[in-house]
Design a protein around this ligand. Sequence first.
Ligand code: 6PG
Length: 246
Amino acid sequence: MNTIVHTFNDLTSLSTFGAEKIADCILGAVEQNGLCTLVLAGGTTPRLLYEHLAEMSKKSGTLPWHKTHLFWGDERFVPPTDVRSNYLMVAKTLLSGIEIPPRNIHPMETSGRPVDAAAAYQRHIQTFFTEEAGRAPGEMPVFDLVLLGMGADGHTASLFPGSDALREQHKLVVPATAPAGVEPVDRITLTLPVLCHAEQVMFVISGPDKKKICDEIQRDRLQAAAHYPAANITATNELLWIVARE
Ligand code: 6PG
């Protein structure tokens, strides 16, 4: 696994770089495999990056969205119309600006119980990779690119420090609960086994407090992994950290 760290002075330059990286990954995966499977990060940091990606796509008109499938790394367990929804954030910043077939958009269900929604999303991913990506039944899905954010406590997706979700070694998708003071509490999240099987992972991080954690992780990832869930993330080919100081 190749680890690369790019540091930027501001979120705008990080977002431009990140959008170009995603575009390159989509073009490369579609050329090589006939499709691209992309896992999107939630939160607020990726918003500008998604907007840049939509603008870039509009200008070039060459991104093969009809062969690109979008998944989510985690979701807050709220309706898709709720301002806290990761799906809604992506819909507003990216989906509204690109021509992508609705069947290529794979949001996490957030009705009923989190445990059932997590199991349903796992089945959905497994069926997709078997029927459309040529994986054998039961084989670990391999996403082309996973985007991840990181919280000030080092959490990533909805894998929080000390949580059962972080310790999950078999299931691909599980329910998760945010620690006290973090809203919304109920979430569902991809787990380390499926995240770490991705061809490429790109962390999208901004803020001085988070940059310090990134520096600690780069210094000694194994040591940091005991404290910060993000330090447990690996990738099959490339682990890229793009970090803005501001
Ligand atoms: C979420 C995200 C979460 C997020 C980090 C960073 O649903 O909140 O998946 O992992 O990426 O908390 O969030 P910010 O980008 O808003 O700082």
